[in-house]
Design a binder for this molecule. Structure first.
Ligand code: HEM
Length: 496
């Protein structure tokens, strides 16, 4: 009896040791990149998600680059992952989309964004959806949207300037969300009894957090937020089905029309997941970029000066000062686009872009095994001192001679290749128009917050609180815009 028990115990122990050995030394038909798979099951997830307040390459990546070189292996949320900080390999990965690599995100992401979200779809349905999105946010639509974007920026800035202070991250998110929700689903927060944005806020809090789905965790709150937001979107679509518009006015009308066609590849689930992703992507990313840009402008007054000059010149050249921005004026904002690019480079809003290797891939002396995840790391490319001199400095002039349009080997803030961000131009319009309205009419003072935390996604844990004043009122009142502001005298010389 004892002998049998001992044999079983020995077998279990042996299997365990074998499993640990296999975990640390995964099979590969070639030479795996160096690295550590961390603890069994947990891998190196805790280190990856540990928060840091640096604007430099994430410590998790930087330490491993030093130890193992530019391409290394690890394990994150239960998956073996190859991390690439090498701009050539990153570029190659983007170019090989659908052939050697395929868009892939951890299961936790798919849970959050929906199993049928555009990032997880491939082939024909993906191309179809991309066409739909480009139709909504492509240059032709943006040109028509310009006035609306300007009106939304002016309205928000006017409202903020009447408040004691404004928390820019949330306030700009609200501004963009309301505009996008109006365009996509005709959602008017002032008329609706339901607060759609509130559910997205709960959702975002846990987005790039450790995926532990138990009550109280950020991840759990995130899933709850998604559930509520999806229910609202479903109800709104249902309502539209019952009461359709006579002419096609928004994205819901388009979806309902499409769903009635016999040969359509669109399903209601795909349309709703797309709606969710677009609403999320449009306001969360751009509001982070706007907040980061304002922080950088406040810390770099010489940049703000040149930016203001560019926009004042646009107003001076305008024949009728009552008219709003034109597309031609928008296109002429050269320095503004340099500021936006520099914000995207240094802000590194997207810390990692994921793919899956479809077959064994040999790259130089290493092999990326089929089925493994690959994480392209844009911050490592954007903060490489051999490409960008003084990479931690906010220096929009570094883009003076560059082509600012798309992705390149050394700039991948919006991804690259076939999956290049479809919202890039929309973000640029939002940011440029907002900056135009801000610097031509207003000045602002940083009141509190502005600290950065990366988990590894960019966050402003205390927000960025600013006080905004109209320029002409500051001049007219010798620095007093807001009657209740006691500290104006003192604040005058710190206005940005
Ligand atoms: C600062 C703003 C933004 C940043 C930094 C950003 C970044 C990115 C990146 C890096 C990707 C590539 C993901 C991949 O290759 O797997 C991407 C894709 C995408 N982005 Fe953006 N984005 C921004 C704004 C927006 C906006 C405003 C929208 C919506 C209107 C949007 C919608 C999308 C969609 C739908 C995809 C998936 C494209 C595909 O799979 O082909 N993004 N974005």
């Amino acid at each position: 009896m004892w002998t049998v028990c001992l044999c079983i115990a020995a077998l279990v122990a042996l299997s365990f040791v074998h499993w640990i050995h296999r975990w640390s030394n995964p099979r590969c038909n070639g030479n795996l990149p160096p690295g550590s798979m961390g603890l069994p099951l947990l891998g190196e997830s805790l280190e990856f998600f540990a928060s840091n307040s640096s604007s430099d390459i994430p410590p998790f990546v930087k330490e491993r680059m030093k130890r193992y070189g530019p391409v290394f292996r690890t394990s994150l949320v239960g998956r073996p992952v190859i991390v690439s900080t090498n701009s050539d390999l990153n570029y190659y990965i983007f170019q090989q989309e659908g052939r050697l690599f395929q868009s892939w995100y951890p299961d936790t992401f798919t849970e959050i964004f929906g199993k049928q979200n555009v990032g997880s779809l491939h082939g024909f349905i993906y191309k179809y959806l991309k066409g739909m999105v480009l139709n909504l946010f492509g240059p032709e639509s943006l040109r028509k949207m310009l006035t609306e974007v300007e009106q939304a920026a002016n309205k928000s800035l006017d409202m903020w300037s009447r408040q004691e202070t404004v928390e820019l991250k949330d306030a700009s998110a609200a501004m963009i969300f309301d505009l996008t929700a109006k365009k996509l689903i005709s959602h008017d927060p002032e008329k609706s009894s339901e607060n759609l944005r509130e559910n997205f806020v709960a959702f975002i809090k846990g987005l790039i957090s450790f995926p532990l789905n138990i009550p109280g965790t950020a991840y759990h709150k995130c899933l709850q937020g998604r559930k509520k937001a999806m229910t609202m979107l479903e109800n709104m679509l249902e309502e539209r089905r019952r009461r359709p518009n006579k002419v096609q006015r928004d994205f819901y009308d388009y979806v309902l029309e499409e769903l009635q066609r016999k040969d359509t590849v669109l399903t209601e689930a795909v349309a709703l997941d797309l709606m969710f992703v677009l609403l999320f992507a449009s306001f969360e990313t751009t509001s982070l970029a706007i907040t980061f840009a304002i922080k950088m402008l406040a810390e770099n007054p010489h940049v703000l000066k040149e930016l203001t000059e560019e926009h004042d010149a646009i107003l001076r050249k305008r024949e009728d000062s009552e008219l709003g921005l034109t597309w031609k004026e928008y296109k002429s904002m050269k320095f503004t686009f340099q500021v936006i690019n520099e914000t995207a480079r240094l802000g590194n809003i997207v810390p990692g872009i994921f793919r899956k290797a479809l077959k064994d891939i040999k790259y130089k002396e290493h092999t990326i095994p089929a089925g493994w995840a690959v994480m392209v790391c844009p911050p490592a490319v954007h903060l490489n001192p051999s490409t960008y001199k003084d990479p931690l400095q906010f220096n929009p002039w570094r883009w003076e001679e560059s082509e600012l349009k798309g992705a390149s080997k050394n700039f991948m803030a919006f991804g690259g290749g076939m999956r290049f961000c479809v919202g890039t131009d929309f973000t640029k319009v939002q940011m440029a128009v907002f900056l135009h309205c801000l610097v031509t009419k207003y000045r602002w003072v940083l009141m509190k917050g502005g600290d950065i935390v990366r988990t590894p996604g960019l966050q402003f844990p205390n927000g960025l609180h600013i006080q905004i004043s109209e320029k002409h009122k500051i001049r007219a009142r010798g620095g007093r815009n807001h009657p209740s502001r006691q500290d104006d005298e003192e604040a005058d010389h710190v206005y940005c």
